[in-house]
Design a protein around this ligand. Structure first.
Ligand code: DON
Length: 327
């Protein structure tokens, strides 16, 4: 994760995105591919790619921007939005809170410490499994369908499911099973454990590129308005709620550092994706996306918090150069 030492490592002479990608790619070796999901361990750990998309359709793309990767925890933002759109915000917030934990994404500790065990937020696994279970429909496939439909609306295509990643994770999901059984016991899981896990792990296994998550970031930056389709695809209140959760909880126990050093609502995933929503910004005339933008980054070598090492450094470079912090 970024800190002052990563700022010092910066090369002041870099002046465009291709140079930045080439430079930060070399820092991938400071991270490691997620190894607890065997299928993620074997991808090329020096990949680094980025897409930035503005509301007029202007795009900057660089590096491995088109290499597919699985959504992993970025899917938690999408399932939360789908649940809020179907049930309304109060119904969802009765089942999952809006508070950061300061704990890792798969931590179980607070569920038992704070009775009656309501998950702290929908970005940690406990909250995300709870949300996946309340998606509309009776079967896991029907519940997943609401995610597919929302993705189609936002990205313009139906993502494919990476079966290998899903099976790999399904077979090793002991911690998620433990979380789900605990939620079942406390009454926060409204369907069977295996069904909830199927929805959750399949949504994590949906394949995207940096361009896809940049578009979703852009829609969030525009408060739910799809500027390319010229359509409000999700309610403003839901978009704002999702962004506030990304900022306060999106990077788990590194969310504070991320807010302090980068200052952009973002969601990371263990496959190395980072989805960011940059609001309209007029402070820096050199910033090519004055009306805001979405930024999608992919770099599979991750740090101890489950975030792309090179990707976070690249995003920090962009935020510093164009003065993008919302604070
Ligand atoms: O629940 C899991 O273990 C994964 N499918 C998703 C975790 C994840 O992406 C955490 N984020 N950095």
């Amino acid at each position: 994760m970024i800190d002052d030492s990563s700022i010092q490592k910066e090369n002041q002479n870099m002046n465009n995105i291709d140079d930045w990608v080439a430079h930060y790619r070399t820092f991938s070796k400071e991270g490691k591919n997620a190894s607890y999901i065997p299928a993620l361990e074997k991808v090329n750990s020096s990949n680094l790619g980025i897409s930035i998309i503005g509301p007029d359709g202007t795009m900057i793309k660089s590096g491995d921007w088109n290499v597919p990767f699985t959504l992993q925890s970025i899917s938690k933002v999408i399932s939360f939005i789908a649940a809020c759109m179907h049930h309304g915000i109060p119904y969802v917030l009765d089942r999952v809170d809006l508070e950061p934990t300061g704990d890792p994404f798969n931590s179980i500790i607070r569920l038992e410490m704070h009775k009656p065990g309501k998950p702290f937020n929908p970005m940690i696994n406990a909250g995300a499994i709870t949300v996946s279970a309340i998606l509309p429909g009776q079967t896991p496939q029907e519940k997943l369908e609401s995610i597919y439909l929302l993705m189609e609306k936002m990205v313009g295509k139906r993502p494919s499911l990476n079966e290998e990643v899903f099976v790999s994770e399904w077979q090793t999901a002991n911690r998620n099973r433990a979380l789900a059984y605990y939620l079942k016991e406390t009454g926060y899981l409204e369907i069977e454990v295996e069904e909830a896990l199927e929805v959750y792990l399949k949504q994590c296994s949906l394949e995207v590129t940096t361009e896809d998550i940049a578009i979703i970031g852009l829609i969030l930056a525009q408060d739910g308005y799809h500027p390319i389709r010229k359509e409000q695809v999700l309610p403003k209140e839901v978009a704002r709620l999702a962004k506030s959760l990304m900022l306060t909880c999106g990077v788990y126990n590194a969310s504070g550092k991320f807010a302090a050093y980068i200052g952009i609502p973002a969601k990371t995933g263990v496959s190395g994706g980072i989805m960011s929503a940059v609001p309209p910004r007029v402070r820096n005339e050199e910033f090519p996306f004055q009306e805001g933008c979405g930024i999608g980054i992919y770099g599979p070598a991750i740090d101890e918090y489950g975030s792309s090492v090179a990707g976070v450094m690249l995003l920090k470079k962009i935020a510093d150069t164009w003065d993008l912090s919302i604070f």
